[in-house]
Design a protein around this ligand. Structure first.
Ligand code: SAM
Length: 226
């Protein structure tokens, strides 16, 4: 049997999928994640969903090439999947706002007690805020370097709604134990300092709001790692 190799970002996601899961991979594209998990015997079933017919065809070809049984669905987000069909939902490689839209349209992962594994390409702070306010609790967060880029995977399940402070939205809800936490703080501080410089040099002399305090809070977290 031919074996698939996963890039580090997808491998981290695969490692976070619970053994024996009934998986739904939303925005599956090539289908590598569900095919790899099926090949390894790690999951009981896999729905591979995508909004585009071409990505779904790609997933179909991957499944055929590697001899894995995937349940393919052409649908927007979770709209074509019923709550009883999956206990683990992966949404990876999309913008944070798209992930929020998908979970707004289909709130069942919270009510059914699903494990959500989310890997946003952008707006992770906004996603953390939305999830926390909408009754998801962070169980874990993990980091991985892949092709020179640092990615975060957020693991959520149903919890009580709350609003985290800004330092946790930017510094992570559950990242303190990750070996790459220092790298993450450096990257976030770099982004925030650039934003602050931009505001200070803007012609309008924009209000910097709470940005200086946020930077100071993340610097403190970084110092504490030494
Ligand atoms: C960059 S690929 C990510 C593929 C894979 N999940 C990964 O992380 O490597 C994004 C995929 O999400 C799909 N997509 C975007 N919006 C979607 C939506 N609302 N519902 C389902 N699929 C979506 C796109 O068609 C595309 O195939």
């Amino acid at each position: 049997m031919k074996h698939l190799q996963l890039q580090p970002r997808l491998r981290l996601l695969a490692d976070m999928v619970p053994q024996g899961a009934r998986l739904a991979d939303i925005g599956t594209d090539h289908g590598y994640l569900p095919v790899w998990l099926m090949q390894q015997g790690r999951i009981a079933s896999a729905i591979a969903a995508d909004i585009g017919p071409e990505p779904l065809d790609h997933a179909r070809r991957t499944a055929a090439e590697y001899g894995a049984a995937l349940d393919l669905r052409l649908c927007d987000g979770l709209r074509g999947i019923a709550a009883h069909e999956a206990d683990t939902v992966v949404i990876a490689g999309m913008g944070g706002e798209t992930i929020i839209q998908i979970l707004t349209d289909s709130p069942w992962p919270r009510t059914s007690g699903c494990t959500l594994l989310l890997q946003p390409q952008t707006k992770v702070e906004l996603l953390r805020l939305w999830l926390s306010r909408n009754g998801y609790a962070c169980e874990n967060e993990r980091l991985v370097w892949d092709k020179g880029k640092l990615y975060v995977v957020v693991q959520m399940t149903a919890g009580e709604p709350f609003t985290p402070d800004e330092a946790r939205l930017y510094g992570g809800l559950h990242l303190e134990g990750d070996p790459l936490y220092g790298d993450y703080l450096v990257a976030q501080l770099h982004r925030l300092r650039r934003r602050l410089d931009g505001l200070r040099h803007s012609r309008e002399g924009e209000d910097c709001g709470t940005l200086p305090q946020l930077i100071a809070a993340l610097e403190k977290k970084k110092e504490a790692l030494k």
